[in-house]
Design a protein around this ligand. Structure first.
Ligand code: HEM
Length: 176
């Protein structure tokens, strides 16, 4: 199945991004405000950068991406981070399926967000934090993910290769 191939062909970069996001510290109760801030900033730079480039090719994902961005605005505001100082990622590739790979990163990350959120709720440091970005879409996530996987499973081989390329670049851009 294409969705399995997409996962395995990008697994190495998922492992790397988990490391970059200090996953080990998170699960050993050593995650700090700086680490959380880094997660929110990187998510903002990624989604703010891809949104204007992917939404006309994939209008069905435009609303979710806009909602994610607006959730990030709320978290940034809570963290008192000034948006003007941020630097959204730059996308140059115009291939439609490459862009679907960029979207995969955002939708897939929502699966991990559930686990991250659960862990952060155990921390005293983050008591009262709104976690708008991490908690958004958790109820309809399985529906969103199933529909996305159906879309991926219906692709031709050549299209899938473009998605994989976009996803791999997406992980690298996210981690920058
Ligand atoms: C502390 C950091 C992270 C943890 C602990 C984590 C954990 C996870 C877990 C447990 C899953 C699988 C969930 C399932 O199959 O039900 C997953 C999937 C995924 N995560 Fe992460 N994640 C982290 C960070 C990220 C980041 C920063 C990104 C994007 C830049 C990301 C992108 C993805 C993608 C695309 C998938 C879907 C893989 C697939 O099934 O095709 N993750 N993550």
């Amino acid at each position: 199945m294409n969705s399995k191939i997409l996962k395995t062909e990008t697994q190495d970069l998922h492992d790397k991004i988990e490391e970059v996001m200090n996953s080990q510290l998170l699960f050993s109760n050593q995650f700090t405000l700086d680490h959380y801030q880094n997660l929110i900033l990187k998510s903002y730079n990624y989604i703010a950068g891809i949104l204007p480039k992917v939404s006309s090719d994939w209008p069905e994902f435009k609303i979710i991406l806009e909602q994610k961005l607006s959730a990030l605005y709320s978290d940034l505001k809570h963290l008192s981070i000034i948006i003007n100082n941020l630097s959204p990622v730059v996308i140059n590739n115009t291939n439609r399926h490459y862009k679907l790979g960029l979207i995969y990163i955002v939708l897939g990350a929502m699966l991990g967000n559930k686990m991250i959120l659960k862990k952060l709720h155990e921390y005293q440091t983050f008591k009262g934090f709104p976690f708008v970005y991490l908690s958004q879409h958790q109820e309809d996530l399985s529906k969103i993910w199933k529909e996305f996987q159906t879309l991926i499973n219906g692709l031709e081989e050549i299209e899938l290769q473009k998605v994989i390329q976009g996803a791999r670049d997406g992980y690298l851009l996210f981690g920058k």
